[in-house]
Design a protein around this ligand. Structure first.
Ligand SMILES: Cc1ncc(COP(=O)(O)O)c(C=O)c1O
Length: 378
């Protein structure tokens, strides 16, 4: 593609940090860059505990394992999400219960969440789609009386806020992604975040293969041993070194994305007025990080037509997600097509446009011009 969907921005400092790690001879996790980047993120996001992980998928798995659930316990999540959100639920031996989305935001529909809560509901996973917050006020009101845990999947959300609080820090636990396609990257990586001391201690053990190694290194215990169920979820030092440099420029990266987002809105609003497409809108409580830019076309035919047209011109427009309840693994869990009609319809109408910090003005003009050219025949 002449203009890809996304492209990582790699600052010069990354090369210096990588050299420093290679010269240090310590490449495994829990080293200088792991600790210093966790500290930076704690300050930046105003949260008590940050544990870097090998992915957001793994951070979600840690969160699900921390629920200490029994067989048949349930977790409510949107069907319109990446497979990792549901896989984490399954890995921990829980049952995913898929809910509908609000087509205005593509975030979970809280009225449907309310309908799906049972006495087996252990947690709800709000996915903050595109870095735009779910309605956390309604969700907290639903969950608090029944002691249901909120685990935010803020894979898209680093630096975005809901009512002045950073996404991922509002619920009991939160997760971030630093995958290549995200706003702040290190290739593959993530973070588990929480304000709860007990959950953070237990998460350290799960992250360190079920051992108390972290406590041992801090001098809190005199033996390093196997204490609980766990896995190998820590971020390796070279990746933490990349992340360290990226975290330093998070605001700059998000601002650059914001400018492109605003440009798309300005240039495409006349097509919304003509009902050719719908633009993303969000409430004043949300402070977006402009993770991605999506438009909603009239129907699947129109979406596929524009996607094909842009791809022919070398512009990497794409769609996501295939609803999980109607995917083969969802059907194996007993879900059927037509059970979540809004999710099914909107996932066939959604189109993502290229958005990354180094997208040039000329490239933005070219994308918008091609969309306008396509719209002449609609
Ligand atoms: C909503 C959501 N959750 C979780 C993930 C998994 O993130 P990672 O690739 O860091 O495991 C993704 C990946 O894009 C995602 O979109």
């Amino acid at each position: 593609m002449r203009i890809p969907l996304s492209k990582p921005h790699i600052p010069k400092q990354v090369f210096e940090n990588i050299n420093q790690v290679l010269n240090s001879g310590k490449l495994s996790g829990d080293g200088f860059f792991c600790h210093s980047t966790e500290d930076k993120l704690k300050k930046l996001l105003n949260v008590k505990h940050v544990l870097l992980t090998s992915s957001c998928t793994h951070a979600l798995e840690i969160a699900m394992l921390l629920l200490d659930a029994k067989e048949n316990d349930e977790v409510i999540l949107p069907s319109f999400t990446f497979t990792s959100t549901a896989n984490a639920v399954l890995v921990a031996g829980l049952k995913p219960v898929f809910c509908e989305i609000d087509p205005n935001t593509m975030n979970m529909d809280m009225n449907d969440v309310a309908k799906k809560i049972t006495n087996r509901t252990k947690a709800v996973i709000p996915v903050h789609y595109a870095g735009i917050s779910c309605d956390m006020e309604k969700l907290i009101k639903l969950c608090a009386p029944q002691n249901i845990k909120i685990v935010e999947d803020a894979a898209h959300g680093i630096g975005a806020k809901w009512k002045e609080k950073y996404l991922g820090t509002i619920g009991h636990m939160g997760t971030l992604s630093f995958h290549d396609t995200k706003n702040v990257i290190c290739g593959e990586g993530g973070a588990f975040i929480t304000n709860d001391d007990i959950l953070a201690d237990k998460a350290q053990i799960i992250r360190e293969k079920g051992t108390n190694r972290a406590q041992f290194l801090r001098g809190q215990v005199d033996k390093y041993t196997w204490v609980a169920k766990g896995s190998s979820y820590i971020l390796a030092e070279p990746l933490a070194a990349i992340l360290s440099a990226e975290v330093d420029i998070m605001n700059e990266l998000n601002e650059k994305r914001g400018k492109i987002h605003h440009y798309y809105i300005e240039q495409l609003k006349h097509l919304e007025e003509k009902n050719i497409l719908k633009l993303p809108h969000f409430s004043k409580d949300c402070d977006s990080n402009y993770h991605l830019f999506h438009i909603i076309l009239k129907n699947e035919l129109s979406r596929n037509s524009l996607m094909g047209y842009l791809r022919e011109k070398g512009i990497g427009a794409t769609f996501h997600y295939i609803p999980l309840h109607s995917a083969p693994a969802g059907e194996k869990l007993g879900y059927k097509r037509n059970q979540l009609p809004i999710t099914e319809e909107y996932s066939t109408r959604l189109l993502r446009l290229p958005l990354y910090p180094d997208l040039t003005e000329q490239e933005c003009v070219s994308i918008v011009t091609e969309i306008q050219n396509w719209s002449q025949n609609q």
